[in-house]
Ligand binder design. Sequence first.
Ligand SMILES: [Ca+2]
Ligand SMILES: [Zn+2]
Length: 298
Amino acid sequence: MRFTLATVAAMAGAAIAAPQGDVTPGRFSCGAPEPSAEHIKVSHDFALQEAEAVVNSFKNLDARDGNVTAQAITYVDTYFHVVASSTSLSGGYLSDSALTAQLNALNAAYAPHSYQFVLKGTDKTVNANWATDSNGYELTMKKALRKGTYKALNVYFLKNMGSNLGYCYFPTSVTSGSTNFWRDGCTVLYTTVPGGSATNYNLGHTTTHEVGHWFGLYHTFQGGCTGAGDSVADTPAQASASSGCPVGRDSCPSQAGLDPIRNYMDYSYDTCYEEFTPGQKARIDSFWTSYRASCSAC
Ligand SMILES: [Ca+2]
Ligand SMILES: [Zn+2]
């Protein structure tokens, strides 16, 4: 957690207005777990395989036209779960149109990378215990609501997430009925959907960011300036999370490239976000193929 009062104070002009009883973070803050050494090893091995695949694809290119065949779209079964404290919007009870707008934002972000999300089901639950993440009902709630196999995306929109805008779990080896299976999916603060009240974070891209973790991506500032970083070669090294949209930020001046502030896996404002890189797309494909699409026992 990199949320400090000092960083909040440094955000000139950022309004931090929280409705009574709720916490609305003044900056992007993600609660995804730190990747394990084992998970980082998997990412590193994928990086080597992906680099080799790029070399081979250039070898195989037809010199006459050089065209790369368009990749088939992968459709991801998706379930939205609204978990509210009452049936009013201020209780977290999102409308169907807000959920449609969220789905559209997610699809727009992933369309250039040939992934699309197909909404297979929506449910809305009023449960004051579940609606506040810190109450500790995560697994209970998910066991009641989670749908589909390990290749189905489940997104839980909660009323209160403490200081986080969202969190999600990386793909891993799971068996049906295991804790890793049940807790799989992304939890997102309901005010981050398009048109929501989370100032600077209300175009729906908190969900885009969290789904990036669901696909296996790390933060672009993972690992800081040295070493393998996020294990993606075409995202420049980054010392720490960005906040806002700091154009020209260069937090690792001795490393190539400016900070990837427009990358969905940084902590920027929704208006600043605009891309995943080809390297991240390759990593998404690697994790999808090895951990989700192929999971027959879950
Ligand atoms: Ca990188
Ligand atoms: Zn994150």
